[in-house]
Design a binder for this molecule. Sequence first.
Ligand code: NIG
Ligand code: FE
Length: 389
Amino acid sequence: MNHDLLIENVNVATMSGGDYGILMSHDVGVKDGRIVDLSPSNDPRASNLWLTPGLIDCHTHLVYAGNRANEFEARLAGDTYQQISQRGGGILSSVAATRAATITELVSSAQVRLNQLCREGVTTVEIKSGYGLDLESEGKMLGAARLLTGANIKRTLLAAHSIPSEFKGESDSYVDQICNIILPELAGECDAVDAFCEGIAFSPVQTQRVFDAAKQFGLAVKLHADQLSDLGGAGLAAENQALSADHLEYTSEESVRKMGDNGTVAVLLPGAFYFLRETKLPPVEQLRKHGVLMAVATDHNPGTSPCLSLLLCMNMASVLFGLSPLEALLGVTSHAARALGMQDEIGTIELGKRADFALYNIDHPRDLASRFGVNPCVGRYLGGVRQPD
Ligand code: NIG
Ligand code: FE
């Protein structure tokens, strides 16, 4: 067959069938950006290289300005994330810096971060707005995300991230603004709509209003749910057929059951758990019991997870949350694709899927979760095109 690209004699972790789907010493053929051939290699030598689906970071806040390491210091001195938020720091501190930044500044700082993520084999990244909180600045953030290069970018509108200072004490009016102005104007600039359902952010009733507005524009929804307390956010997300509910440290079993019933993916974010020194673990055993697929993401953001290593997050998901190395790798491939509604396109190595791959110098795919502080990635392909290092 006439291929555009033939990757010869690699071990393949296809990640299909809910397993590593291992094919030792195979050739992988690509035509027009799609996988068209997977066949045993004629080369008699054993390969020491492993090809996996390109990794997917399905929850990030990669576009922002400013620096919040001062909040890290404050928390170590005894403040809580909520206290910092209530005195106008936290998300609102990033909002002030992001509103003041030009789109060019946002693109150049986010591009550096994206390159860092990609170095480990990431090929798809979801990026949320949410540090603009007005039409112009949310649009600027989504516009910046569109201009990034080197990975597939999925953009999520997170105007319901926090109540901006100009709406202090009038959160319902800000929700009106989101539903009537921001979301309708930016519906064409995003792939999904997210909200932060929490005591310091939006109530379940307000979240439902944002979801209803998103649905009017045919947009998928997802939710920052039950990160700091249980408001039933994950259950609400599931009832709305959300693609995912994310964080989930305080999620009840009732909500987990609803997630299982509705096929809502659980996106686990161990970087934020670690950095906030949270002690309440997400209900991993219940998620397994109710058949909820688990994804793992960096949640990269300046306040709660300034982490740019998806491999480290896999390791944290295993060490801190108890995911097996297989679950951790499914969490950044097949299940992460599902959290973005892209399971027909990416996330596994199967005929017809997009030729997005990562190439690793490892002994077995379990090494990707078991090591940390190491980058074994030696190649990356986007639509069958080898990417520069
Ligand atoms: O995913 N939980 C809300 N949103 C972010 C944090 C945002 C911030 O503190 O800037 C998160 O952890
Ligand atoms: Fe987040």
